[in-house]
Ligand binder design. Structure first.
Ligand code: GLN
Length: 548
């Protein structure tokens, strides 16, 4: 029988429900259990693909092309399992499917209501995840208890325990234990209120995880236990961590996996936990002494969550090389003029990440050109590849005014253009090339060496591609299209022979990087950046220290 853990959050948003759920997933997996995870999002968008990254952060893409919440990225990185479209359900999806059934006549004669129709649909989505080979499904409910939109989800998970049996469900509630400013004392009242709110929806939590700056005393745990009616060992402290990959170890020390397994009757004596590889990883992170500085040239640099998987992939590569990766967020619009270029000189490498829309693209093109000419390692991702091709077309292949038709419909050289079948598409949802696609890498190319393989699968999310009409001219000028779709129609990878690392991919490799298995391209970039850091000391001068 598959077991279910429901993770809810109280007090306020952004307490780290996703990381708590992911860490629990890691712990259960390390106990030999087969785990999958899912996120229920109370917003009305059908998927986050249509949301502004400034508001919502990155859209995480699954192998099967689901455009999902960024928490799924944490899930995949922590439990090291590929998730699916079904691993993220939104209010928008749930209502769409109930309304479609109503139109089809599936409910004829009935008044279609939130209870039971919407709640049944939510439960059905959760039940679908309980495949034969899964021991535990961890379901994170987005939003905060007390939100209006969350009510149908809470009702569905409340009913779920009745449907599948007491011992098959564990309710885990995440709260905050703040300090009162005058006395510095830790306060339990927000936790009490939040649990009262949850109980008002009929759910008594089994485990309470308390976020706090400082460790929580045994006394305070007893108080929360008494007032919220959970056993003392089910009050678990989640103290701020310097590195997110430490969280599973901290929660294990607090006994989280023991208590969850006890509640779910999964606590067979012979189920030993093996955290050795995770402990080794965390130890490696804390030992790293050298620093490489990687610039991320982006449009959404004020909200680093917009590039969450890129940041994590860079960190993973750092873990591999035993170096700390320091990120310098460079606003793409500012990459012009001498000072900005000096800023690029001071970096060991750059990433030009994906993105949509016009703003800052000339800055990305200028950055691509500067690092190309100055031998600075550069990895381009999706839109990053587009901008690198535009730079090369304009400044090396003699195509003056070349551009991507995404930003200039009338360019004389649309070196990046809509792929077949995309012209005139009105519906902005899910009209992109999405999910994992194969690429054939050229033998002897840099990318083939970096991957150690000639066929690779990477995840995509874009509408525009390298225009096949200009491929020969770009190649003749020295750009190597080192990876293509197996039918050779679409360019998947480019590189510049002779440059230490000027490589781009049409895909988003950041989604497949894991803390203990960094993605080859990020590993390669950080390796090249380390070489530059070693060769290039002393730095020209440090812009942070320029006297004003
Ligand atoms: N905006 C570009 C396109 O649609 C690139 C998308 C991306 O970087 N993910 O093709």
């Amino acid at each position: 029988m598959t077991k279910f853990v429901f993770v809810t959050g109280g007090v306020m948003s952004s307490l780290g429900k996703g990381l708590t759920a992911s860490s629990l997933g890691r712990l259960l997996k390390s106990r030999g259990l087969r785990v999958t995870m899912c996120k229920l999002d109370p917003y009305i968008n059908v998927d986050p693909g249509t949301m502004n990254p400034f508001e919502h952060g990155e859209v995480f893409v699954t192998e099967d092309g689901g455009e999902t919440d960024l928490d799924l990225g944490h899930y995949e990185r922590f439990i090291d399992e590929s998730l699916h479209k079904d691993s993220n359900a939104t209010t928008g999806q749930i209502y769409s499917s109930v309304i479609a059934k109503e139109r089809r006549g599936d409910y004829l004669g009935k008044t279609v209501q939130v209870i039971p129709h919407i709640t049944d649909e939510i439960k059905e989505r959760i039940r679908r995840l309980a495949r034969e080979n899964i021991d535990v499904v961890i379901v994170e409910v987005g939003g905060t208890v007390g939100d209006i939109e969350i009510v149908p989800f809470l009702e569905a998970i409340r009913q779920f325990r009745r449907d599948v049996g007491r011992d098959n469900v564990c309710y885990l509630h995440l709260t905050l234990v703040p300090h009162s400013l005058p006395s510095g004392e830790q306060k339990t009242k927000p936790t009490q209120h939040s649990v009262t709110e949850l109980r008002g929806r009929g759910i008594q939590p089994d485990v309470i995880v308390c976020r706090s700056h400082e460790p929580i005393s045994a006394n305070l745990k007893r108080k929360i236990s008494l007032l919220c009616d959970v056993s003392t060992d089910a009050v678990v402290a989640a103290v701020d961590a310097e590195n997110i990959y430490e969280i599973p170890l901290m929660l294990h020390d607090e006994g989280l996996d023991d208590i969850v397994c006890r509640i779910l009757r999964l606590d067979d004596a012979d189920r030993q936990i093996d955290l050795s590889s995770w402990e080794a990883l965390v130890a490696r992170v804390s030992l790293a002494s050298e620093v490489v500085r990687i610039g991320v040239i982006g449009k959404y640099v004020n909200l680093p969550d917009a590039y969450l998987s890129v940041v994590e992939a860079l960190k993973h590569a750092g873990f591999h090389h035993g170096t700390k990766v320091e990120i310098d967020w460079v606003q793409a619009e500012e990459v012009t003029g001498m000072l900005a270029m000096t800023r690029l000189d001071n970096l060991d490498g750059i990433v030009i990440p994906g993105g949509f829309g016009e703003r800052g693209l000339e800055g990305k093109i200028a950055a691509a050109g500067y690092v190309r000419e100055h031998g600075i390692p550069c990895l381009g991702l999706c839109l990053g590849l587009h901008m690198m091709v535009v730079d090369f077309a304009r400044n090396v292949a003699g195509m003056e005014g070349a551009n991507s038709s995404e930003l200039e419909a009338t360019t004389p050289y649309p070196v990046i253009d809509l792929m077949d079948g995309q012209i005139g598409v009105e519906d902005k949802g899910a009209t992109m090339r999405l999910g994992a696609w194969p690429a054939q890498l050229q033998p002897g190319s840099q990318v083939a060496a970096i991957y150690g393989s000639e066929v690779v699968y990477e995840r995509h999310r874009h509408r525009y591609e390298v225009n096949p009409r200009y491929r020969d001219r770009l190649s003749a000028a020295g750009l190597r299209c080192s990876g293509t779709s197996p039918d050779d129609r679409l360019v998947e990878f480019i590189e510049l022979p002779g440059h230490p690392f000027w490589i781009a991919t049409q895909a988003h490799p950041e989604f497949k990087s894991r803390p203990d298995r960094p993605h080859p391209l990020f590993r390669g970039l950080v390796g090249a950046a380390l070489n530059r850091a070693h060769e290039r000391t002393p730095r020209l001068y440090d812009l942070d220290n320029v006297p004003s």
